[in-house]
Design a binder for this molecule. Structure first.
Ligand code: NDP
Length: 607
């Protein structure tokens, strides 16, 4: 049983709970996700790729064994595992000009991973690479993606600068018909959709956005031709410019320090502050790198995911902000493995109370950091986040708060209202027009919108059923990776899958599962592989049962993409969300299922 210690509190939990409620209510709005502007039509240029010259090529009309959609970490892991298993015919379809996924697009100054590179960068042992620092910077991560592509010979048949327009199951051929915006029209026996959850930029839907006469771009399409410099900063082109940044999420936290150092004047428009904890980056020690034993990366990933899902481990190998927030604080209060992991708490109510107190304590620390770092009192106050730690993505940075001590940097806090308008000359907030030369939208990516809008294509399964139609009332899968009526199709996503603060660990588990199933099909002359109705229903139920505990939490949160912009539809979030017990419990389930050997719950047609 969880035993609640009775620590002396140096804060008033009721007062904090009330303050959080008031701050949330300020930000609730009826339009939820619809507040954002879709980047289409007159705004489509915000999607242009600034990093490559357009290529020309002939369309493909042939047949391949496996089509992998997306060349980010998820797609690369699948390709690597399939190559190791001897699959020759693998074709990537990737809208970027190279491998890298989010690291292809996000080259903004200061971009770096927020989870430790030793567990975040995939396939380190296989490629013989050790990152140069604990939190590797974007160019190093992008180069590693390219390293994986070369090491596993994945460039061979890759279609870059190519966007899927439609996937359609061809019953007669028992294969997927793949169509793209370059006129490709080919077939693939298997498709793996590894598009990533955060790939379509969005803009704030404020009036006048099209009227701005200065320069503007989204952070995921950084215009270095305009700013000068590179991912490491030194943006000399901004020395005489007045620059506005809209948004203060994880992206802004990383690019604002460089903008503050380079821009003539910088205005940061804030609607909700992020929590910004200590980062403490450091170079990799050569002795440590040499001491690593085979299997070290998986062991380290599992150690991290265990601790960050409320479980117990003898040691904390990564020992960073994530394990500190979730692990040490809780264990310090409850002791041992009393939590039993978030999904299987022995006494959820008692554990919930303890977690809430630990959360207040942690957020008090975060708020104290604002006071200790920022000289101007009003600015320090405005930078304090008033919500529970996991309502928004926690951030870690050692220069972000300090940037507000620069004389050329102004925080424009909008008290939860956001910017009001864009004019020909600049940005209006709190009734004041700020004239600027350049607006940088750090306004994030589409998360809660319809699947086909985010992916940019539709998937039609057996009988021409659209996946978005099948999932109209909620996602329905077996282990988050297959869905009935869409044979030989694999999904790499977060819905109905155990999560981790280290997304690469999730992708490792998924890619192992998917490559196992594809290998099984190849070895056993399987023509098609689909999910049995009961098996899918049972998994959906398991996911929903396990996620019960999270709904109250999400409802109490300040709006953001974690809670569908303040409109957490209980049933839908439970169904479309992750498998709450987390990646460790999830990987045990799928591994045991595979070990049983009969792949129960799948239906096969033989060749
Ligand atoms: P987010 O969606 O997290 O942030 C968007 C920001 O725009 C928010 O601060 C939002 O405010 C603000 N905003 C939206 N509309 C307005 C408006 N009208 N006026 C003012 N502000 C507005 O996007 P990010 O790109 O920052 O991050 C997305 C995700 O990408 C992260 O959560 C993380 O998962 C990932 N990421 C990971 C990194 C890493 O690992 N190193 C680095 C960067 C991102 P509000 O909060 O009020 O909605």
């Amino acid at each position: 049983m969880a035993q609640e210690a009775a620590p002396t509190l140096d804060f008033d939990p009721d007062a904090l709970r009330e303050k959080y409620r008031i701050e949330r209510d300020k930000r609730l709005r009826a339009d939820g996700n619809n507040q954002y502007l879709e980047v289409t039509d007159g705004f489509a240029h915000y999607l242009d790729d600034p990093y490559v010259s357009p290529i020309r090529r002939e369309p493909c009309t042939d047949e391949v064994e496996v089509a992998v959609i997306g060349g980010g970490h998820g797609g690369l892991l699948i390709g690597a595992k399939l190559r190791k298993a001897g699959v020759e015919s693998i074709r990537y379809i990737e809208k970027g000009g190279d491998f890298g996924g989010t690291w292809y697009w996000n080259r903004y100054p200061g971009a770096a991973c927020d989870t430790e590179a030793y567990i975040y960068m995939p396939l380190l042992e296989e490629t013989g690479y050790v990152p140069t620092e604990k939190y590797a910077k974007a160019p190093e991560i992008l180069a590693h993606c390219q390293r994986i592509g070369k090491h596993f010979d994945l460039y061979r048949d890759a279609l870059f600068q190519t966007q899927i327009t439609e996937l359609r199951w061809d019953e007669a051929k028992a294969a997927w018909n793949v169509r793209t915006d370059r006129g490709d029209n080919f077939h693939a026996r298997f498709v793996c959709m590894a598009n990533g959850p955060l790939n379509r930029p969005k803009l704030p839907g404020v009036p006048g956005i099209e009227s701005f006469k200065g320069h503007s771009f989204h952070t995921s399409r950084w215009d270095y031709a305009y700013t000068g410099g590179d991912s490491y900063g030194n943006m000399t082109g901004l020395a005489d410019k007045r620059v506005a940044v809209i948004g203060t999420g994880a992206t802004a936290i990383q690019c604002v320090p460089h903008l503050g150092a380079s821009a003539g004047e910088l205005y940061v428009f804030q609607r909700t502050p992020s929590s910004v904890d200590v980062r403490a980056n450091r170079p990799t020690e050569a002795d440590w790198a040499q001491s690593l034993q085979p299997g070290w990366q998986r062991h380290r990933q599992e150690n991290f995911s265990t601790l960050t899902s409320g479980g117990y481990a003898e040691e904390d190998l990564v020992s960073d902000g994530w394990t500190e927030i979730i692990g040490k604080l809780l264990r310090g209060r409850i002791g041992g493995d009393a939590l039993g992991g978030f999904g299987g708490t022995p006494d959820p109510e008692a554990a919930g109370r303890v977690i809430e107190m630990a959360d207040y304590e942690k957020m008090n620390q975060i708020r104290a950091r604002c006071d200790a770092t920022v000289h101007d009192r009003a600015t320090a106050d405005a930078l304090k986040p008033w919500y529970r730690q996991f309502c928004k993505r926690p951030c870690f940075h050692d220069e972000y708060l300090l940037t507000y001590n620069r004389p050329n940097v102004t925080l424009v806090d909008t008290q939860g209202r956001g910017v009001e308008r864009i004019t020909e000359k600049g940005v209006v907030a709190n009734g004041v027009e700020y004239e600027v030369d350049c607006i940088i939208y750090a306004s994030g990516f589409e998360v809660g919108t319809a699947l086909e809008r985010r992916a940019g294509y539709q998937v039609y399964g057996e009988g021409g059923l659209a996946l978005s139609e099948k999932w109209r009332d909620g996602v329905s899968t077996l282990y988050g990776m297959q869905t009935r009526g869409f044979p030989n199709c694999f999904i790499v996503g977060l819905a109905q899958v155990g999560a981790s603060a280290n997304i690469t660990h999730v992708l490792e588990v998924q890619s192992s599962h998917i490559s196992h199933l594809i290998q099984h099909a190849r070895e056993h002359e399987v023509l098609t592989m689909d999910v049995a109705e009961e098996a899918e229903a049972a998994w959906v139920q398991k996911v929903m049962d396990a996620s019960l505990a999270n709904i109250n939490y999400l409802e109490s949160c300040t709006p953001g993409y974690y809670n569908n912009e303040g409109q957490p539809n209980g049933a839908l979030i439970r169904r479309n969300g992750t498998f709450a017990p987390g990646i460790m419990a999830f990987s045990r389930i799928v591994e045991e299922w595979r070990e049983e050997g009969n792949l129960a719950g799948l239906e096969f047609k033989r060749m």
